[in-house]
Design a protein around this ligand. Structure first.
Ligand SMILES: *Cc1c(COP(=O)(O)O)cnc(C)c1O
Length: 401
């Protein structure tokens, strides 16, 4: 039994089986590449679900992390630390946010926003107590907490976990009429992903978000964009909202906010929504800790000062064009924006999982979703020759007779 096989066997025996990973045991990463325990190198085309946009073990983030870890890691918010204000300043300068609330995981940022908009609804909008409604989209993905899975439409995510919290209304993504029809005087927020990631990289119809923005403004509805996956350069812009020419009232970021070193998320608020939270009404032991702040500042600096966002746009276009030009009767569609891409296979392809296994054998790691979709999201530091090599691997797997 190899070392890797032993580790896999132990995981299987001792771990809960809530994931079914590809059987590749990674031990090292640098930039766009990761290495397994046998020394084989892979091109990472998942980037830990876009948490590693800056590339694995980015040296600038690593330096910030080790330096801060040797100085001060955690104070809790019972006391102040000298890093939090600096992170606030950096985020505000970059995004124009007026208020920021730091958390850890993405799901916590979503939960925080849900709590804040409900309170805002009662205290500012005047919604009767316990009547606040939040509109969400079918096929959404916002995380795994009890609150969030309660408004998921994915049977795997929710079946068997009820009862769930009320107050959520579901409409199809991209359907403006359905959104308009769902609005009531108790609607406090619309929570939506700019591009549905876990659903398989589903883009909205053009004009949808500008019209949503107009309706939200007209009806006093807080527009919450969950940019935990689409944000921080993934789509070729700092935030995906820029593609739509709109501004959210509340923006959620996470994942790449730490470049994959540490869970760091944040709620960014453009309106007075976060203003309703008073001392003692929300918090997190680790949220806003000095280590997280130092890491996040370095992660944002790497993104913005090393040309990664422009690179995502250019390499994404190249990757998409390369995949689109594949002469394969197994490919139904190639879609996406920037380096958030998906290849949709025809049912005869035998499933995306099988294709991902074959790509893995050729040194490329990508993730299947929903049976027939392969998601492609390499670190934003990927170079032309690496994109071309990746396209060649797809060609070898999908174009073989
Ligand atoms: C990953 C993700 C989340 C949840 O983030 P966690 O850190 O896993 O809790 C929420 N929303 C979107 C759009 C995501 O992609």
């Amino acid at each position: 039994m190899s070392h890797a096989d032993r580790l896999i066997e132990t995981e299987h025996r001792l771990g809960a089986h809530n994931y079914k990973p590809l059987d590749v045991v990674l031990t090292r990463g640098a930039g766009v590449h990761v290495w397994d325990t046998e020394g084989r190198r892979y091109l990472d085309c998942l980037s830990a679900y876009s948490a590693v946009n800056q590339g694995h073990c980015h040296p600038g983030i690593l330096a910030a992390m080790t330096e801060q870890a040797a100085k001060l890691t955690l104070t809790s918010r019972a006391f102040r630390n000298d890093q939090l204000a600096l992170l606030y300043e950096d985020i505000a300068a970059l995004t124009g946010s007026h208020k920021i609330l730091p958390m850890n995981s993405g799901a916590e940022a979503v939960e925080t926003a849900v709590k804040a908009v409900r309170k805002w609804g009662y205290e500012v909008k005047g919604v009767p107590e316990n009547r606040a409604e939040i509109i969400v989209c079918a096929d959404n993905f916002h995380g795994r907490t009890m609150g969030i899975v309660g408004f998921s439409t994915d049977p795997d995510a929710r079946t068997g976990f009820g009862p769930f919290a009320p107050g959520f209304v579901t409409v199809p993504f991209g359907d403006l009429d359905a959104f308009r029809a769902a609005i009531t005087e108790n609607t406090v927020a619309f929570l939506v992903e700019p591009i549905q990631g876990e659903a398989g990289v589903i883009l909205p119809p053009s004009g949808y978000f500008p019209a949503v923005r107009t309706l939200c403004t007209r009806h006093g509805i807080t527009l919450i964009l969950d940019e935990i996956q689409t944000g921080l350069g993934r789509t070729g812009k700092l935030l995906a909202e820029e593609h739509e020419g709109i501004e959210a009232d509340v923006t959620l970021i996470g994942k790449a906010l730490s470049g994959g070193f540490y869970p760091v998320s944040a709620v960014l608020s453009n309106s007075d929504v976060l203003g309703v939270l008073k001392p003692g009404q929300h918090g997190s032991t680790f949220g806003g800790n000095p280590l997280a702040c130092a890491v996040a500042r370095a992660a944002l600096k790497a993104l913005t000062q090393e040309g990664m966002i422009d690179n995502a746009e250019r390499m994404g276009a190249r990757f998409k064009a390369g995949l689109g030009a594949l002469r394969s009767n197994l490919v139904a569609e190639v879609r996406g924006r920037g380096l958030m891409l998906a290849v949709e296979l025809v049912p005869e392809a035998g499933g995306a999982r099988r294709v991902c296994e074959r790509l893995k054998d050729r040194g490329l790691l990508a993730k299947d979703t929903h049976g027939h979709t392969i998601r492609i999201a390499p670190p934003l530091v990927i170079r032309e020759e690496e994109v071309d090599w990746a396209v060649d691997q797809f060609a070898a797997v999908l174009c073989a007779a």
